[in-house]
Design a protein around this ligand. Structure first.
Ligand code: ADP
Ligand code: MG
Length: 297
């Protein structure tokens, strides 16, 4: 759905994007993670057609976005700072978006409005930051987009509302194959919802993987050997620590293959433990000292 190749964008000689490459399959929930200043919002502004890159290529559904109304019509965008006309109520903004996007579905908007329970006559400017995000979200979803782009969407949302937003989003992904691209400076926030993750820093992609790829490549095991017991030969160990007799290993390989191999050496105890996304990235990037450690807080 999204194909970015070698994207460069400079502001007064500063490269906010510095050769960024990114691929988002259709129907995926793609988490774009990186510290503040990494270039996430800059990339997103290219993705929705606000900026044009200095170099490189960017396609949505095989077409460039910039000044391309037919592609833009498929995209809904919730920026980090929500736009609204000063005097506008939620309903006014919904009608405005309806006038711009032929796919806007007023019935759907009303349903979403009911779900979120905001008074749609209220002026946008009188809402809290979190409520403004909710309002923007219900309007964006009523647009029935093929691609929805959310820049730091959970900022200001309470946990209940956050769950509500994600449940609506994931339902659309399931039902209509909607593609979601969501940015955050917090990897943990995206852990439960994304099936693809890209980590960027300094305008570049550090690592981009699907969750299943990631989970196949690294396995965390807890085990204990009786005296004299040892691990089999030929394991690719990326992390090894012990607490008393209990040993924690992170190994390259698949869970099935590794447990079989290790079980053959007759440990007292052997268990596969789920890896957090954070751990996966730290080890994938070649060690805990790598800068990703600072990216995931
Ligand atoms: P993120 O969203 O990942 O926090 P941004 O994309 O907002 O990062 O910013 C990336 C870098 O580009 C920052 O150093 C920021 O100061 C710079 N930048 C972004 N937009 C502009 C702009 N319009 N003019 C000048 N510098 C900008
Ligand atoms: Mg940003």
């Amino acid at each position: 759905m999204i194909e970015g190749q070698g994207l460069v964008k400079s502001f007064d000689g500063f490269h906010a994007l510095d050769g960024l490459t990114l691929t988002t399959p259709k129907g995926s929930v793609y988490g774009l993670v990186g510290p503040n200043g990494a270039g996430k919002s800059t990339f997103i502004r290219h993705l929705v057609g606000i900026y044009r890159q200095d170099m490189g290529e960017l396609f949505v559904d095989g077409e460039p976005v910039y000044e391309n109304p037919s592609v833009k019509a498929k995209i809904a965008y919730i920026p980090d700072d929500i736009f609204f006309y000063t005097q506008a109520s939620i309903l006014d903004m919904a009608r405005f978006v309806q006038s711009q996007y032929p796919s806007f579905d007023m019935k759907r908007y009303e349903k979403l409005s009911e779900l979120f329970g905001l008074d749609e006559k209220r002026p946008m400017r009188k809402l809290s930051k979190g409520q403004q995000k909710q309002a923007a979200f219900q309007i964006a979803m009523a647009q029935c987009p093929e691609l929805i782009v959310l820049d730091e969407p959970v900022d200001g949302l309470d946990p209940v509302m956050r769950r509500q937003v994600w449940s609506v989003l994931l339902q659309d992904v399931e039902q209509y194959g909607t593609t979601v691209l969501v940015s955050s400076h917090n990897l943990r926030e995206l852990e439960d919802v994304c099936d693809h993750v890209g980590i960027m820093n300094h305008g570049k992609m550090l690592i981009e993987r699907s969750l299943s790829e990631l989970q196949e490549n690294l396995v965390k095991l807890q085990l204990a050997y009786p005296d004299g017991g040892t691990l089999p030969e030929g394991l690719e160990i990326v992390h090894d620590s012990s607490t008393g007799r209990l040993r924690q290993l992170i190994l390259r390989g698949t869970a099935a293959e590794l447990t079989e191999k290790i079980a053959a050496t007759q440990p007292l105890f052997l268990d596969v433990v789920p890896l957090s996304l954070e751990e996966i990235f730290i080890y994938e990037l070649g060690g805990a000292n790598y800068e990703v450690k600072d990216l995931v807080i």
